[in-house]
Write a protein that binds this ligand. Structure first.
Ligand code: ATP
Length: 236
């Protein structure tokens, strides 16, 4: 935990119209670290990711990336600075093939064959369905495609929203193994999940967000489970 944070949120507030949903979020993620951002429905987890990716402008607070103040930067600049968001629902176009999804990523500066080659090496199953419309893939394969597409940008910070949504536990475990591997390669990974079990197997650190505030953070150990149940069951 001694590494300097790559991503640092300080006192982040965010609102929709006049309704404030983040009330001062402090959060850090270091290179090579997996941080799980947990919390009940409506806690503000997705909003937090959108703030980091520049898709939602915070009303107060600061966002630092590699020590640089990137508060209020637009999504393109943040993407160029290495921030990659894999959104809830995966952002897949059902009628486009796997190959089309990957070939779209040419703005990364790589050529198309190279982008495909890297993705297929990481997820061999995608090579086998390269010509299939993405909508015909299994949920797990679609999530792999979403990840592969994000990784084509060579991110320094990877933001994953509800990766496990709608997937069988064995598929989720496989995907998180891949995510753990990415962290070992030095990527800072922030994972949002409503249901904690799978991500906690690979997380170094966990933060519990409820009512727009980080209510607890620390190592993913047994005291976390007590915290979580109190927020999820509404007794805290
Ligand atoms: P979920 O798991 O349901 O996505 P979450 O923890 O990710 O929950 P957010 O999606 O960040 O929470 O939502 C936080 C609060 O902001 C909720 O009360 C939600 O109703 C509200 N909210 C989210 N998006 C909008 C929007 N576009 N306009 C207005 N309110 C919104």
């Amino acid at each position: 935990d001694s590494a300097a944070p790559l991503l640092e949120l300080r006192g982040i507030k965010a609102a929709y119209d006049r309704i404030t949903v983040l009330h001062g979020v402090d959060l850090t993620v270091a290179a090579g670290q997996v941080v799980a951002l947990l919390g009940p429905n409506g806690a503000g987890k997705t909003t937090t990711l959108n703030v980091i990716a520049g898709a939602h402008r915070p009303s107060a607070g600061t966002l630092h990336l590699g020590g640089r103040d990137t508060t209020g930067a637009d999504p393109r600049d943040l993407a160029r600075a290495g921030v990659c968001l894999v959104p809830e629902g995966r952002g897949i176009f059902p009628n486009l093939t796997v190959r089309d999804h990957l070939r779209m990523m040419t703005f990364t500066g790589r050529d198309r064959p190279e982008i495909e080659e890297i993705a297929y090496a990481r997820f061999p199953v995608l090579a086998r369905c390269a010509h299939r419309p993405a909508g015909t893939l299994s949920g797990g394969q679609q999530q792999m495609l979403a990840l592969a597409r994000g990784l084509a940008t060579d991110p320094a910070v990877l933001l994953l929203d509800e990766l496990s949504m709608g997937l069988a536990p064995v598929v989720v475990a496989e995907l998180y193994e891949e995510v753990a591997q990415l962290a070992r390669q030095g990527i800072a990974v922030l994972v949002v999940e409503q249901f904690a079990a799978a991500v906690l197997k690979i997380a170094d650190h966990a933060a519990v967000l409820a009512r727009g505030r980080v209510q607890w953070q620390g190592h993913a150990d047994s005291s976390l489970h007590a915290e979580l149940s109190s927020y999820y069951l509404g007794s805290a």
